[in-house]
Design a protein around this ligand. Structure first.
Ligand SMILES: [Zn+2]
Length: 310
């Protein structure tokens, strides 16, 4: 009898657990925490493809790699190849787009360029400039693909041709982002865009994110608040100038856009002397910096959910 006395309540518990499972919808799978070491590993593997100057075979290899890596992470992905005028004539550029479906028609774009500045050297890694944000975006793809469904669609966009061949202008630099801003306007999807969040040069061991003034002020405030909640408000500041980066074509088109960039990448505080030099290597970036920016980005998305959902 002692056995039965133990068994009957146990069976009862089991039955009630089964009933509960029938009546309550399953809990959404929790969002995976961002892993800075995994992001660092993504950067290391990605910059093995080098250099990645736009309109070269290296850039094409990088684009196909990113498409395949997104698919491995469970994200539907495609390469959008397009011709654009640049200083050497008309060239082919390739944006790589990963799409995570949402329940509504809203759209949040997370962006990073993956091309390298031309003419630095055959072994130029661009570990920080092009590499760091690309690794963070891949790790964000892993976290977001496994997380609960959002009310909006999320695009992870790897822009080609961010770097200017000679001098930034209507036919030099920002090719991928200008192309996508145009596509959004032409397809009528621009109205659905809730935010465009661009990451660039965010791997510096001495991280100081200098958010440029050209961006949506409410989104800049949300970045600072997200940084504060991650205990790193002191590493984020408003840059006193505008910065020409992939967020700008969206900002110019009137879409809410922001750029998380650390434009102090150098041998000492405030210096930028590693930028566009062979010094931009893996030994200049740190998993902790990637981790912090990844966590701030996830925090920002969570705060956006509170803000834009009905
Ligand atoms: Zn650059």
């Amino acid at each position: 009898m002692r056995r039965h006395a133990w068994l009957i309540p146990a069976i009862g518990l089991l039955l009630s657990a089964c009933r509960r499972r029938e009546s309550v919808p399953p809990a959404p799978s929790p969002i995976l925490p961002f892993d800075g070491a995994a992001a660092f590993d993504e950067v290391r593997r990605f910059v093995a493809i080098r250099p990645r100057d736009a309109a070269t075979p290296g850039a094409e290899r990088a684009a196909l790699y990113l498409r395949d890596r997104l698919r491995e992470l469970g994200v539907e992905a495609e390469v959008d190849a397009f011709a654009d005028l640049c200083p050497v004539g008309t060239a082919t550029f390739r944006n790589v787009i990963g799409r995570i479906p949402g329940q509504g028609k809203g759209l949040v774009i997370l962006g990073s360029h993956y091309d390298t500045q031309a003419g630095i050297g055959a072994e130029f890694e661009g570990a920080n400039d092009g590499g760091s944000s690309t690794g963070v975006l891949l790790e964000l793809a892993r976290c977001l693909a496994a997380g609960p469904a959002r009310s909006w669609e999320t695009w992870l966009v790897f822009f080609d041709g961010e770097e200017a061949m000679r001098r930034y202008g209507p036919a030099d630099g920002l090719h991928g982002s200008r192309h996508m801003a145009r596509q959004l306007a032409e397809s009528g999807r621009a109205a659905d865009v809730k935010a465009v969040i661009v990451l660039d040069m965010i791997g510096d061991r001495d991280l100081t994110v200098t958010v440029p003034r050209n961006g949506a002020s409410w989104l800049i405030s949300e970045v600072f608040e997200s940084a504060r909640l991650e205990g790193a408000r002191d590493k984020f500041s408003l840059y006193p100038y505008e910065i020409g980066d992939d967020h700008d074509p969206f900002h110019q088109a009137g879409l809410p856009a922001v750029d998380l960039i650390d434009f102090h990448f150098g041998s000492g505080p405030g210096r930028n002397d590693y930028w566009h030099t062979m010094e931009d290597r893996m030994d200049k970036i740190a998993p902790e910096s990637l981790d912090l920016v990844g966590r701030v980005a996830l925090r920002l998305l969570a705060r956006m959910a509170d803000r834009v959902e009905p």
